[in-house]
Write a protein of this length. Structure first.
Length: 168
């Protein structure tokens, strides 16, 4: 009888250990980044342009940026070197779908600053795990581009990008 109780007790401990191991392994798997629809990226960009046109830079950084404090520094730095957004919104001339290490959607822009200089830029858009659509670097008039990003798609809608199967 004592052996039976010991065996049942050890079996329970083993089942518990296996269960906890499976839970731990599952928790360590990286979550796939949430997908961003092109319409969501365009809506975020349009909101960004609206806020910038109305000189609401605090709201711009708070609502649009993935990292609002970094956005505020970038807005200030660009202003300090004379780069301010122009009177007309930039045009979206293409779309890039990012791979590993890039925002899922990047809108390719062409615009003009208030001093008349032109720029090209990428407006990178991602979705947070809580579902918020944000820009990884929203200060588009700075001319930021993602070096090494995939080629731009100028067709509307862009052809689908195959999703690689999960590893592991």
């Amino acid at each position: 009888m004592a052996n039976r109780v010991l065996w049942v007790g050890l079996s329970g401990i083993a089942v518990f250990a296996v269960t906890m191991t499976v839970i731990e392994i599952d928790a360590q798997r990286p979550k796939p980044e949430p997908t961003v629809e092109l319409a969501e990226a365009e809506a975020l960009f349009n909101r960004a342009v609206h806020l910038v046109e109305n000189k609401r830079f605090d709201d711009f950084c708070r609502e649009i940026a993935d990292w609002p404090q970094s956005c505020e520094r970038d807005v200030d730095w660009n202003a300090s070197i004379g780069w301010r957004p122009g009177p007309k919104p930039p045009r979206v001339v293409g779309v890039k779908h990012g791979g590993q290490g890039f925002p899922p959607v990047m809108l390719n822009l062409v615009g003009e600053r208030d001093d008349g200089t032109t720029y090209t830029a990428s407006f990178g858009v991602r979705k947070t795990y809580d579902g918020r659509v944000v820009s990884s670097y929203p200060v588009y008039w700075s001319g930021v581009d993602y070096i090494g990003a995939p080629e731009a798609c100028t067709e509307q809608p862009c052809p689908p990008i195959p999703v690689p199967p999960p590893t592991g």
